[in-house]
Design a protein around this ligand. Structure first.
Ligand code: AHR
Length: 499
């Protein structure tokens, strides 16, 4: 172990953009045990009268989610929304083809809305562009958003929901570029279908915002032509372009894995360029932003096929410290790209590809749970355009990258700020000096750190608090400067406030 030095220069007038609150969203798919046994488990002693697990609701509220994407995912492309509404004893049991599971439909659109209210998050609904039609998409908007006096709005009222849900955010299909997707289309066919679907959906409710399927990830053979093509066709009725990406460390190359932010930023940059290109080509005044509505670490090889069981265990990743440090960098990227990135949803929220796992007798929180909770609760106001001077670390996949990955926020209304730092060095403590250049007095409020000696260290049912965020002493600020020692393999957060 050795020590190196870094400096972070901040100025609360030097901002990137307002941080969209919707960057702290989640994704709940009918996949594995995310919905059933995760969110909704009426047989559990932990369940409330609606069947929601109380311990899960509390953990999700603590994470301060702002928006929830639902019901899929690949599930969406074979889903008939009518299966999931109305009396529960009349809802069909279906063979769910995406995950080869049995879908009981005991949880559907109205239960989802109740769930969103329970955790104080806004809903973001998907319409099926695989087996679904533009008519079924339009009908779902009518069912959800029209007050009364029409076929679908009155059906909602007969289902016991008097007030419209007023769903603002709508995903127009899921990963339609992927050959694995039920009803997969090429870019021109999807662009045309999405254009007509969004036209009808906005005729139902002009206030909605629509999210077009971008590429499923940046290694798709059709990337980024897919994105350009669908944008050129569906530009006029689109508000966001979706991004999906799952990170992993399959080669056990931790140094490269911990530099993944480099790759994530490039993905955003390419799509930002694509948006600018299409806007110019269309001679448009309209702006479209990015919605990173599936992101997470996912590579550890848990099964993905349910063998026609209800709520099978699928993709239940056990996360560790290095995964948490990648999540922390991802959130830093969201802040650094806050001028173009306006929505993000972690995939997923409970059990499936999630940092929260349920058992009948309890709830396990992986290290990345604590990372997200800190950032979602503290990153408010404006993202700051900070300047970092740091030594480099060498990586096989990304070359030389700075040892630190940093972002910062400042809220002019409350005059409170926060700084988020990953030390991605495997060996070096980085003694870091923070220099505020705007001349306004401030002090450090609180500080936390999540760290460990072993990147593979994690939390387990028999040792559930091995890697958690711990409060650390807040250093004094003198003449606009303070210093922190950032251990290797660590995530550090501190808040700032007026003196
Ligand atoms: O989140 C799991 C799956 O990953 C989603 O269903 C799909 O959209 C993506 O490929």
């Amino acid at each position: 172990m050795s020590t190196s030095r870094a400096q972070v220069f901040l100025d609360r007038n030097r901002t990137i953009a307002p941080i969209s609150p919707l960057l702290f969203g989640g994704f709940a798919e009918h996949m594995g045990r995310c919905i059933y046994e995760g969110i909704y488990d009426p047989g559990s002693p932990h369940a409330d009268e609606r069947g929601f697990r109380r311990d899960v609701m509390e953990a999700l509220r603590d994470q301060a989610y702002t928006v929830i994407r639902y019901p899929g995912g690949n599930f969406l492309s074979g889903y008939h929304w009518l299966d999931g509404v109305g009396p529960k004893d009349q809802r069909p049991r279906r063979r769910e083809l995406a995950w080869q599971s049995i879908e009981t439909n005991q949880f559907g659109t109205n239960e989802f809305m109740e769930f969103c209210r329970t955790i104080h998050a806004a809903p973001m609904l998907g319409v099926n562009m695989g087996t679904g039609t533009i008519q079924s998409a339009s009908d779902l908007v009518e069912y959800c958003n029209v007050a009364n006096g029409s076929h679908w709005s009155d059906l909602r009222i007969r289902h016991g929901v008097r007030e419209p849900h007023n769903v603002r955010y709508w995903c127009v299909g899921n990963e339609m570029d992927g050959p694995w997707q039920m009803g997969h289309l090429d870019a021109v066919a999807y662009g045309n279908k999405a254009l007509e679907a969004t036209k009808m959906m906005k005729l139902q409710d002009p206030s909605i915002k629509t999210i077009l399927c971008g590429s499923s990830h940046d290694q798709m053979p059709t990337y980024p032509d897919w994105d350009r093509t669908v944008l050129e066709i569906a530009w006029d009725h689109t508000d966001y372009l979706s991004m999906h990406y799952y990170a992993g460390n399959p080669d056990n190359d931790t140094a490269s894995y911990l530099a993944r932010a480099v790759h994530l930023e490039r993905f955003v940059d390419t799509l930002e360029g694509t948006l600018r290109y299409v806007k110019a080509k269309r001679r448009s005044q309209h702006d479209i932003y990015l919605s990173w509505d599936e992101w997470q670490v996912w590579y550890k090889g848990d099964p993905m096929q349910g063998n026609w069981k209800e709520a099978p265990h699928l993709a239940e990743e056990m996360y560790n410290l290095e995964d948490a440090l990648v999540v922390a960098q991802w959130l830093n990227v969201f802040l650094r790209k806050s001028h173009i990135l306006k929505i993000a949803c972690v995939a997923q929220m409970v059990n499936t590809i999630s940092w929260l796992h349920t058992r009948p007798d309890g709830l396990l929180k992986h290290p990345s749970y604590y990372v997200f909770k800190l950032v979602s609760n503290l990153a408010h106001g404006e993202a700051l355009d900070l300047h970092l001077k740091a030594p480099n670390v060498e990586t096989k996949q990304h070359g030389a990258v700075p040892a630190l990955d940093v972002s910062a926020s400042y809220d002019p209304e409350t005059q409170e700020g926060a700084v988020f730092l990953v030390n991605r060095s495997l060996t070096d403590t980085v003694t870091t000096e923070f220099i505020w250049q705007d001349g306004q007095a401030l002090q450090i409020g609180k500080a936390w750190q999540l760290s460990g000696n072993d990147p593979k260290q994690g939390n387990h049912w028999d040792a559930p608090e091995q890697v958690v965020a711990k409060a650390i002493p807040a250093p004094a600020v003198e003449s606009g400067r303070t210093t922190l020692h950032l251990p290797p393999l660590s995530f550090t957060v501190f808040t700032t406030c007026p003196v």
